[in-house]
Design a protein around this ligand. Structure first.
Ligand SMILES: [Zn+2]
Length: 251
């Protein structure tokens, strides 16, 4: 058994017995792990206020490789994301990012860049106003890139012509788009040129720039459909994220 120390973001929590909690967390140094926090729901818990979903914490835990659940020993707050807690919209967008990561990442492999991305995205949701869904789009764009299945956004998959303002037809299974001419025969999800511009922008923008976006309803619908289709195609057993289903029903 080893005593390990790292940072973690809480993806999800489940009740265990009378007073305990199981946490699914994404850590800076050990990838995704499951922890038991004994007595966490009791009145005198030493973890009080630390173990809410999406909280960024420092942890010490006991690891036994043969066990699926590791034992949480200590936790302290690094960023409680207080403003996010006060906003249902921010919370649901944060939960959508956590849910995507939880569903798409299986193992306990260390991937610090992914941890940093998640922590930064939650921090940005906490701190920013504006068009907040763009923060999730930013997460999705970078996530696809880190997971190694970034689509070819710029050029037609078939003829290689640059797509630009004419837009194209998105083909999730082939990892890219067809131009308007090739797509007329090949088909796919229609993505207009202005929507493509947003996707290009998200790849070079900072998080505080992303929230300045002001997309119209058609662009929002195309981007939502495109990500949804892409994740369903490339991640096993993926369905629409529960958090997003709630988000789409909100005003
Ligand atoms: Zn083409």
């Amino acid at each position: 058994m080893a005593i390990l120390k790292t940072e973690a973001v809480i993806l999800k929590t489940y009740k265990l017995r009378e007073t305990s909690l199981i946490l699914s967390v994404y850590t800076k140094d050990f990838g995704k792990i499951k922890l038991v926090a004994k007595g966490a729901r009791g009145p005198k818990s030493k973890f009080k206020g630390c173990l809410e979903p999406l909280t960024h914490i420092g942890i010490v835990f006991y690891e036994k490789k043969t066990r699926e659940l590791q034992l949480l020993s200590q936790a302290h707050l690094i960023n409680p994301h207080v403003k996010m807690v006060g906003s249902l919209k921010k919370t649901i967008l944060g939960l959508a990012a956590a849910e995507l990561l939880d569903k798409a990442v299986a193992g306990e492999e260390s991937f610090e860049k992914l941890f940093v991305l998640l922590a930064n995205v939650l921090k940005a949701l906490n701190e920013n106003g504006g068009f907040l869904e763009a923060i999730l789009w930013f997460f999705e764009t970078q996530f696809i890139d880190l997971m190694g299945y970034k689509p070819t956004w710029n050029d037609c998959l078939s003829c290689g012509q640059s797509l630009g303002i004419d837009g194209g037809y998105f083909q999730a299974q082939n990892g890219g788009l067809l131009c308007s001419q090739c797509g007329a025969a090949g088909g796919g999800l229609v993505i207009h040129g202005e929507t493509l511009e947003i996707l290009y922008f998200l790849q070079r923008a900072s998080l505080s720039e992303a929230v300045q976006l002001n997309p119209d309803q058609q662009q929002i619908a195309e981007i939502r459909k495109m990500f949804d289709l892409y994740f369903r195609t490339h991640i096993e057993h993926m369905r629409q994220l529960n958090s997003l289903e709630i988000y789409y029903k909100m005003k």
